[in-house]
Design a protein around this ligand. Sequence first.
Ligand code: NAD
Length: 261
Amino acid sequence: MTSGFGGTAPGLPTGSLVGRTALVTGGGSGIGRACVEALAGAGAFVHVVDLDARAAAEVARRVDGRAHPVDLADRAALASLPEDPDVLVNNAGLQHVAAIEDFPPQMFDRLQQVMVTAPFLLLRRALPHMYRRGWGRVVNISSVHGLRASPYKSGYVTAKHALEGLSKVTALEGAPHGVTSNCVNPGYVRTPLVERQIAAQAEAHGIPPEQVVGDVLLRGSAIKRLIEPEEVAAVALWLCGPHTGHVTGASLPMDGGWTAA
Ligand code: NAD
């Protein structure tokens, strides 16, 4: 099956984000990394925040940005991060799959800390700067699981639904200050996070990885291919561009028709 994705780098009019600073959490891998590259490509200076110090450093070096090796679940460590991004991409995330009765409470807490509390704390720090400048863009990488549930993903589905609420409140409070806030809601994207899920499901069900993709992950998707990280980054970048100042408080599914069914 062809991917149907041309693989071209996402773009905005040249130099659209020159003079802007962006902060991308989880920027060392997958969707976050693609967002870093897209924002830097449009001229922004990008802070790359990631638990994985080596990955953050490598991505930051490639875009002439700055790496911040930080665990977003460590509230005290957030104080070391810059307070002046014009663009905040809350992207870092993790998954844990287990029935509620077996779901480790510490893991549930960690998912909320990384995907809800950290975005809230980063907003608390960044919004005063955005308000002073009269311009800001908050892009929350949510998921179809911010809009729909699946069994065995209680921590993740809870966190993503909470992120949706936080994004909408940010949109309402930010509107008078030129700040927009939106969620992007991808289906399954070809990243290490999903590759780990494919491997685990293949082992659990004793089936080949391709069958996991076709029969399990893409069961609800009308388009039968994984999304590429660059496609998600293109939507994030578009939300930071010159024509989307009226798009706020929205949740933008890019799920191959999953939520249309
Ligand atoms: P990924 O595993 O490739 O990248 C996630 C990055 O976040 C990693 O570099 C990791 O080190 C970092 N991270 C995790 N915990 C962290 C912490 N405590 N502190 C700092 N950094 C931390 O995953 P991805 O698929 O690119 O996912 C990025 C976001 O997109 C997540 O929020 C995920 O929920 C969301 N998403 C992914 C998919 C998908 O199919 N891959 C679909 C919908 C939404």
